[in-house]
Every structure is written in structure tokens, then in C-alpha cells.
Write a protein that binds this ligand. Sequence first.
Ligand SMILES: Nc1ncnc2c1ncn2[C@@H]1O[C@H](COP(=O)(O)OP(=O)(O)OP(=O)(O)O)[C@@H](O)[C@H]1O
Ligand SMILES: Cc1cn([C@H]2C[C@H](O)[C@@H](COP(=O)(O)O)O2)c(=O)[nH]c1=O
Length: 235
Amino acid sequence: MSSTRAHFISFEGIDGAGKSTHIAALADALRAAGHTVVLTREPGGTPLAERLRELVLHEAMSPLTEALLMFAARRDHLDTVIEPALASGSLVLCDRFTDATFAYQGAGRGFDWDTLAQLERMVQASRDGVAADGGAALRQPDVTLWFDLSPHEAAQRLAKARVPDRFESQPEAFFDAVRSGYARRMAAAPQRVVRIDSDQPRAQVREQVLRAAQQRQLLTPDQVSQALAATGEIS
Ligand SMILES: Nc1ncnc2c1ncn2[C@@H]1O[C@H](COP(=O)(O)OP(=O)(O)OP(=O)(O)O)[C@@H](O)[C@H]1O
Ligand SMILES: Cc1cn([C@H]2C[C@H](O)[C@@H](COP(=O)(O)O)O2)c(=O)[nH]c1=O
């Protein structure tokens, strides 16, 4: 599969679920298969959005301010990185996108879900796309890999790994709510969201990720086997 077509993949999950561990490896496998890949993250991905990231991760603020800053960062990211990359035919791999806002600010902080949906429509309105109902098309990931793990196990993994930021230091009950927010988003878009069982050793999680890319015709079975063989895993 050497031809490259636009494809937007987001990675989601509670803090410590294992997204970052697998994104770069998937990017390597996709590049080896001939795709041009842009690897990015939210909040962040542009100089302005990275400055907003520093604020939301480290400064106390209200849920409304937090949600607005997430969407402000997202709009800049869409305008300057994601849309141009998709237009040029690159694959975009994004560590978190709008599902995180629904899960963290909506389910976690208790911010109104319908207001978030309005902001989503405003911020992700495509410049030239038209939806079936005649309204502006909404930019959404084509595929979302949701790394699902219990908050208890995620906290244990994170405790061994690093000093927590403002979100990572939330209690397990907060992450139970965030996890339910992800489940709600998946129920609303089951064709887009693929659940990855993260409560597995790294090798098995990696295989689930590669198989998801195969199911979306981004990798052939041979390319998946090669990627697994390259890390000494079973094909
Ligand atoms: N399958 C696994 N089994 C055990 N530990 C794992 C597994 N996958 C990742 N880890 C470890 O768990 C920790 C958290 O993983 P990682 O940083 O990938 O999570 P994350 O979802 O990106 O978190 P965050 O969203 O907070 O950045 C890391 O120390 C990582 O090495
Ligand atoms: C996009 C987005 C992110 N968050 C939170 C989730 C995480 O705790 C941090 C980002 O840290 P990571 O280590 O890069 O995953 O931000 C959020 O609350 N809302 C969002 O929309």
C-alpha cells in the first residue's frame, strides 16, 4: 500500500492508559508502508496551542475557561496543522482530540454536554465541506483509538512513571467519570471509535493497534506482520 490518502486518526483514553506508548510505533509502521505521517497532539501542536497547553495543565481555572481554551487551541491546530496536512494527503495521528473535551470537561468536570456540542460544531466546521443536511461539514477523526483501562491500573502505571500534572493528580473517581464520557462518545459514534483493551501487555496492545489500522486499509496483513516481527512479536 504505497498510495497515501487523507486520514485523520485520534488517540484517546484516561491519563496513563498507554496512548503515547503506541502512537510513535504506529507512525513508524505507517511510514514504512509508504504513508506520509504527521504526528501531533492536543492541547498543543502549534506554538500558540502549546502555550495554551502550559496554562490548562498547570493553572487553576473554571470548567468553562478550561473548555474554551481547549477549543481555542483546537481551532489554531486545525487551521495551521491538521487541515493543511490532510489537504496535502498526509495521515494525521493526533494524541487526543475533541472526545477528550467531552470526556474531561464534560463527564469529568460536569460541564454541559450540549454546550460542548455547540462549540464542537463552531470550531470544527469545515471551511469548504457541506454536510448531507446542507449545513457545514464537521471535521472529525476518521478513526479514534480509545485506549480503555481502569483508573486504578492507570494510576499504578503513572505512579511509576512521572510527577502528575493538574489532570493526572485527580482522584480515581474523576477518571471513572472521564472513562464513562469516552464510553458515551463511543456509543454515539461506534463506526468511528475502536476500543483498544489496554489492560494487556504492551505487545498485545500493539497488535490491537496495528490490526485496527489494517481494518481501515491503512496497512496490509503483510505490513502488520512485518511491524510485529520488527519488535519481536508474533504475527
Ligand atoms: N501495556 C502496558 N503495560 C504496563 N505498562 C504500560 C503499558 N503501556 C504503557 N505502560 C506504561 O504506563 C505508563 C503510561 O503510559 P503512556 O505514557 O503511554 O500513557 P498515556 O495514555 O499516553 O498517558 P497520558 O495521557 O497521561 O500522557 C508509562 O510508564 C508506560 O511505559
Ligand atoms: C485535548 C484535551 C486534553 N485534556 C487533558 C487530558 C490530559 O490530562 C491533558 C493532556 O495531557 P497528555 O499527557 O498530553 O495526554 O489534557 C482535556 O482535559 N481536554 C481536552 O480537550
